[in-house]
Design a binder for this molecule. Structure first.
Ligand code: 7GP
Length: 838
């Protein structure tokens, strides 16, 4: 007799709650995690409990990728990129992981079917703000690209307990609030105390003779600290690869020093613990400004030593000898912050593994690459010999020896050129004596790179000129890039959808394919959709602005945005001078027909950088007057969006019409915000600085608003003798703007408040605002004119996006792999979870 129900109709698939992807399973997994991980009934669960339950549900679904990746690397003994960086500005993980795993829509559906608001849960995540700005965010984009390109990589850094401070604006001033990002737990990391290492500090060295009669050195430290690794998976976009971000936390060797404890010195014992844990307590919130603090050098040495010991452990664990170390690791120094790694690897190989100097040096040089991120002299790291010797006595000896051998070679190449020797030396002896970290990085690396064509060129002609003459073959350029996954797919879903509907989705992994959009610039329906999307995201941002600042802005106005760290060289105050100039014009001529603009600023100032903080106050003070002036009638609004970070940046880039990239030419190494804006369809007003030069080359001069002096002209003007007061005296508009500030008009009559800023401009103006002022004002007029023709503006916007292929971090990483690291992709196969069928 035939069965009542055909058998194929009753086949039931039971999915594992940890891996299954059906909506039913996902819902059950979230409920399960809520109950068993959070220990909560739905009735009393907070939003954060739900967020954590969701995060664990997603994490479960990537563990498989992660473990297989690690296993494959170990089994195949592949060469691994070790990206050493004091900063990784990752941004929130949840959404990014969903996109890269390709499970966003399912998860959203499951969450919504549970009666929860998906966005509300996403908003619960405290972003790991373990970086200041460009340098840290670049490291994060590179991790995404390496995983996506299936490049074996480990990001090594510091697990700061407090990341970059949260910014509040009170009475127009920046106020810093501690970033307690770990307070409600971090579901993305796994502690690996079993791989802890010890790091020494202080003390002294002594020589001894080993059994074979060789002279050796040992370091007798006076402090020993434990480094504990915390691992976070970095999932590639639609590949099986999940690489590792390994961040180190400092702890005392023993939780309590029992000897001290037993003799009754309880506080002394606890103090030692506190002292050790201090090392990874807080991120230094300065970008491009050296602080020279002992704790900072301790941080640098701590994470570098932990990471190198970890690499050696990994290498030896596969049965290899250290002779082949450089064939298995490509170590990239993200600026000089980890440059002490060069001396540390030498120490580990020579003192601890008894290798001879020549072999150790050959391995070291072949392993390291060094990326420079700034030409600003105040950012070039140097450490006083006194501090260095006190903290790292053995490393100072090694650096002296590296220097002795290096200068011997220089002497042969340039006989009797003592100036050259002094300029190249790893030790600065021009005044008080210092170790020059950039010099250590150059001598100890086989590759040195800048981050944009102009920047690399200037490096070779200025700060690293002598090194370039000595080793031209070490130098190359690697123009920065940004990941289109976070900075387009995640931040701008509407535009992503439109683009995919026209050219498919392969551009997400191969950004050059955006070129295919060019064929639609004359398709009026497409242009209309493009414009419509810009309008919608501007509306979204307008709502956020109102929520955060109370300011009501008009989404039809031109959104003119400058979002980046606040710094004199980035010239947010030049932008402010334009705003004041426009304001003066409107006051003089109230019926002037102008394009309504919303000026939006975002960015943090280093807490100790007084001038940058005053720039924030100026912007807010100008806003306070302009936004409420009835004569202006909503034709101008000035907004300072507080707490600019990755989370807040995501809705900002897509909403820009105009991107402000107005640094003094020759000062911005590359910029990456410039790329994110342009990728999202903003047009750029910018100088020929950093990667602006290459962006303009790619999008076409006719689609870029250029102004200002070139780097060469800046140099000439400075050499000739620059007098900002001449510009002030001869330019009535400029004079009116400065005078209005000085009159106390923006400061409730206080004529002193902004004096430090205006006086600095009038007397020094180190970043040549006055020299570029008129050119900037004229260019802004062209912007306004161009915005009147919306159809043409939209075309320019489309062409900007279509021509951004070069600025994918995938392109940049491929160049690093080919020219510096010599590593190749390693595809990951997902093995069965239970290979033996258990
Ligand atoms: C930044 C540069 O200012 C920026 O132009 C570049 O795009 C970015 O690095 C990535 O390369 N530098 C820093 O963030 C920084 O802190 C000091 O530099 C070493």
């Amino acid at each position: 007799m035939a069965s009542l129900i055909p058998s194929e109709k009753i086949s039931i698939v039971v999915e594992d709650d940890r891996t299954g992807l059906s909506i039913t399973t996902l819902k059950r997994a979230i409920a399960d995690n809520l109950f068993y991980n959070q220990g909560k009934f739905p009735t009393i669960a907070s939003k954060n409990d739900y967020y954590l339950a969701l995060a664990y549900t997603v994490r479960d679904r990537l563990v498989h990728h992660w473990l297989n990746t690690v296993q494959t690397y170990l089994k195949q003994e592949v060469k691994v990129v070790c990206y050493l960086s004091a900063e990784f500005l990752m941004g929130p993980h949840l959404n990014n992981n969903l996109i890269n795993l390709g499970i966003e829509s399912r998860i959203r559906q499951a969450v919504e079917e549970l009666g929860l608001d998906f966005q509300e849960l996403v908003d619960q995540e405290e972003e790991p703000g373990l970086g200041n700005g460009g340098l840290g965010r670049l490291a994060a984009c590179y991790l995404d690209s390496m995983a996506t390109l299936e490049i074996p990589a480990i990001g090594y850094g510091i697990r700061y307990e407090f990341g970059i401070f949260d910014q509040e604006i009170r009475d127009g001033w920046q106020v810093e609030i501690t970033d307690k990002w770990l307070q409600y737990g971090n579901p993305w990391e796994i502690a690996r105390p079993e791989y802890s290492v010890q790091v020494n500090l202080g003390g002294h060295t002594e020589t001894y003779v080993d059994r074979d009669g060789n002279y050796r050195v040992r370091w007798l430290p006076d402090r020993v600290i434990k480094g504990i690794p915390y691992d976070t998976p970095i999932v590639g976009y639609q590949v099986n690869t999940a690489n590792t971000l390994r961040l180190w936390k400092a702890e005392a060797i023993e939780s309590f020093n029992f000897q001290t404890f037993n003799i009754g010195n309880y506080y002394g014992a606890v103090n030692e613990k506190i002292y050790s844990e201090n090392i990874t307590k807080v991120l230094y919130p300065n970008d491009e400004q050296l602080q020279g603090k002992q704790l900072r050098l301790e941080q640098q040495y701590f994470f570098v030593s932990c990471s190198l010991q970890d690499m050696i452990r990994l290498h030896l664990s596969t049965g290899n000898s250290l002779d082949t170390f450089d064939g298995k690791f490509a170590i990239q120094l993200n600026d000089t912050h980890p440059a002490i790694a060069i001396a540390e690897l030498m120490r580990l190989l020579i003192d601890e593994r008894f290798m001879d100097w020549e072999q150790a040096w050959s391995i070291t040089e072949k392993s390291f690459g060094y990326t420079n991120h700034t030409l600003l002299p105040e950012a070039l790291e140097k450490w006083s010999l006194e501090l260095f010797n006190r903290l790292l006595p053995r490393h100072l000896e090694i650096i002296y020896e590296i220097n002795r051998r290096f200068l011997d070679r220089v002497r042969i190449k340039y006989p009797q050129d003592n100036d050259k020797l002094a300029r190249l030396s790893l030790i600065d002896e021009t005044g008080a004596r210092y170790v020059r970290m950039a010099h250590l990085a150059c001598v100890g690396s086989h590759a040195i790179n800048g981050v944009a064509e102009l920047h690399t060129h200037l490096l070779q002609q200025t700060v690293l000129k002598d090194f370039y003459q000595l080793f031209p073959e070490k130098f190359s350029n690697k123009t920065n890039g940004v990941t289109p996954r976070r900075w387009m797919v995640l931040s701008n879903p509407r535009l992503t959808k439109l683009i995919c509907s026209k050219i498919g989705d392969s551009w997400i992994k191969n950004l050059d394919e955006l070129r295919k959009l060019e064929q639609f610039v004359d398709d009026s329906a497409f242009c209309q959709q493009w414009q419509q999307i810009k309008q919608e995201v501007k509306q979204d941002l307008a709502i956020r602005i109102r929520q955060r600042t109370g300011i009501i802005v008009n989404p039809n106005s031109l959104f003119d945005i400058q979002a980046k760290r606040i710094h004199e060289y980035k010239r947010q105050h030049l932008n402010a001078l334009h705003i004041i100039t426009l304001y003066n014009c409107l006051k003089q001529n109230p019926n002037l027909d102008v394009i309504p603009r919303t000026f939006i600023f975002g960015g943090k100032a280093a807490p100790g950088y007084w001038m940058a903080k005053l720039m924030i106050k100026l912007i807010n003070s100008v806003g306070e007057i302009v936004n409420q002036d009835p004569d202006i009638c909503d034709r101008m609004k000035v907004v300072f969006f507080p707490d600019y970070n990755v989370t807040n940046a995501q809705p900002i880039y897509p909403a820009a019409d105009l991107s402000e990239q107005i640094s003094t030419a020759g000062k911005e190494a590359s910029g990456t915000g410039n790329m994110k804006f342009s990728l999202n369809g903003a047009l750029t007003i910018g100088t020929l600085d950093g990667a602006n030069v290459e962006i303009r080359e790619e999008v076409g001069a006719e689609n870029f608003f250029l102004f200002g002096l070139t780097a060469a002209e800046v140099q000439q003007l400075k050499t000739k003798g620059y007098n900002p007061r001449d510009y002030y005296n001869s330019n009535p508009q400029l004079k009116a703007a400065i005078d209005l500030i000085n009159s106390g008009f923006f400061s409730h009559g206080d004529t002193e408040l902004f004096k430090p800023l205006t006086e600095s401009l009038l007397n020094y103006d180190p970043y040549l605002l006055f020299a570029d002022y008129q050119s900037y004002i004229d260019c802004q007029k062209k912007v306004s004119q161009a915005f009147r023709d919306r159809a043409n503006w939209t075309k320019m916007s489309i062409l900007n996006v279509a021509r951004m292929g070069k600025f994918s971090s995938d392109r940049a990483i491929k160049e690093y792999c080919r020219d510096i690291w010599n590593v190749a992709p390693v595809p990951i196969e997902l093995e069965d979870l239970c290979p033996d069928g258990q």
